[in-house]
Design a binder for this molecule. Structure first.
Ligand code: CA
Length: 353
C-alpha cells in the first residue's frame, strides 16, 4: 500500500531535528530525502485561517498549538515604516478601516496600509476576509460581534512565536514574505532592508536558523541575496503573469528549465502554485506530476507549494486526503502551505483516515 511509508514515518520532535535529518540524509541542506525519516514540512499559511481570521495573533497561537513546522507572515509597511503582518497592501478586505477612517481612501476606493501610521493601524479591528460584502470562504470564522483582533507588528508576532517556542519546548519556524517591494519602493520605503533588520535582531539570519524568507518578486529576491547580503534560506514564489502579483516578473520564464536554473543560482527553494506541480487538466480524480517539479528537484531546489485548503479543492481532487496524497507521492513536495495545518499534519503523520 502506497501510503504505508508515510503512515510509519516518525515525525521529528523539532524543526531543528527535521533540518538535521534533511542535512544528514542528503548532500545539500535543502534536499530532503523522501524517506521514512521525513515528511513534507507544514507551513501554516497566514496562521489558522480556516478557524480564525488570517494574520491574527490568535490564529498564530492556534497554528503553533497544531504543531505547524513553520508559521507564515505576510509583511507590509506602515506610513512610519513599521513592518506589520498583513496579506494585502490595502486594509479593506480584512479590517473595518472604511468605517474607522471613512475619508482616507485613495482614488481607487482602497485604504492603503502605507497611508496609515502604526498608531492608526492599531485602531482597526481585523475580521474574516470578505469580497463584495461576502465571505471569501463560507463557513469560516463569522463576522459581527465584538472583535478584539488587531493587526500585529512583525515584532509582536515574532515575540509570540518565541514565547510559545519556549513555553511548549517545540520550535516552530517562521516564514515571512516580503510583499510588493516595488510598490513600497515607489512609496519611498525599502521593505526588504527593514524586514531583514528585524529578522536579524530576532536571531533569524542564516541557513541554520528555523526560517525561510519568500517573495514573488524575482528582482527583489536577487537583490536580497546579492545586494543586501542575506544569508538565510530564500524561496522564490511562482505565480501566473495574469495574476498581476509582480508586474516586472515573467513567471512564464521562471517556470522553464532555464528560469529554474537561474533561481537555483540564488534561492534555496521555490513556492509554486499547486497547479504548477500537479496536472489538473484531466478531472479524473488523479493528478500527474508536472515537469516543473522534477526539474526543480534535479536542481536541488526545495518545493513548497501553495495553497492546500480542505474547503477549496482543485477540481480533480475528490477530497483533501487525495490532494495531500498527490502532494506527497506524485509531486513529491518538500513542503506545503496550508490553511488547515491540523488536518495536513494528521494526514502526513499517519493519523488520518
Ligand atoms: Ca503569503
Amino acid at each position: 500500500m502506497v501510503l504505508s511509508s508515510f503512515a510509519r514515518a516518525k515525525r521529528p520532535a523539532t524543526i531543528f531535528a527535521a533540518i538535521a535529518a534533511f542535512a544528514a540524509a542528503t548532500a545539500g541542506p535543502l534536499q530532503p530525502a523522501n524517506s521514512e525519516e521525513t515528511r513534507p514540512v507544514v507551513i501554516a499559511h497566514r496562521g489558522a485561517p480556516a478557524y480564525l481570521p488570517e494574520h491574527t495573533l490568535a490564529g498564530k497561537a492556534m497554528a503553533h498549538a497544531f504543531g505547524a513546522d513553520f508559521i507564515e507572515q505576510d509583511v507590509v509597511l506602515t506610513k512610519d515604516g513599521v513592518p506589520i503582518v498583513l496579506h494585502d497592501i490595502t486594509l479593506d478586505a480584512t479590517t473595518d478601516v472604511a468605517s474607522v477612517f471613512p475619508d482616507r481612501a485613495r482614488e481607487d476606493g482602497n485604504h492603503y496600509a502605507i497611508d496609515f501610521t502604526l498608531e492608526e493601524i492599531k485602531r482597526l479591528s481585523v475580521m474574516e476576509r470578505e469580497r463584495n460584502g461576502r465571505p471569501v470562504f463560507e463557513g469560516r470564522y463569522p463576522r459581527g460581534g465584538a472583535t478584539t483582533f488587531r493587526i500585529p507588528t512583525l515584532q509582536e508576532e515574532l515575540d509570540l512565536i518565541k514565547g510559545l517556542n519556549a513555553s511548549t519546548g517545540r520550535t516552530a519556524g517562521i516564514y515571512p514574505e516580503i510583499k510588493s517591494p516595488a510598490f513600497h519602493r515607489a512609496e519611498g520605503q525599502d521593505i526588504s532592508r527593514i524586514v531583514l533588520k528585524v529578522l536579524a535582531e530576532n536571531g533569524y539570519s542564516n541557513k541554520d536558523d528555523p526560517f525561510f524568507l519568500q517573495s514573488f518578486d524575482w528582482n527583489e529576491v536577487k537583490r536580497i541575496r546579492n545586494e543586501l547580503g542575506f544569508e538565510g534560506r530564500l524561496v522564490q514564489l511562482i505565480g501566473e503573469n495574469r495574476w498581476g502579483l509582480a508586474p516586472e516578473v515573467d513567471f512564464d520564464h521562471l517556470k522553464t528549465a532555464e528560469g529554474l536554473e537561474e533561481i537555483a543560482g540564488v534561492a534555496d527553494g521555490i513556492g509554486p502554485w499547486i497547479g504548477h506541480v500537479l496536472d489538473d487538466r484531466d478531472a479524473n480524480g488523479e493528478a500527474e506530476a508536472l515537469e516543473l517539479a522534477a526539474i526543480a528537484q534535479d536542481l536541488g531546489l526545495a518545493i513548497h507549494a501553495y495553497t492546500f485548503r480542505a474547503d477549496r479543492l482543485p477540481e480533480w481532487a475528490a477530497s483533501f486526503d487525495i490532494l495531500l496524497k498527490a502532494a506527497v507521492e506524485t509531486a513529491k513536495l518538500d513542503g506545503l502551505f496550508t490553511d488547515h495545518a491540523d488536518v495536513a499534519l494528521s494526514f502526513l503523520n499517519g493519523n488520518g483516515e
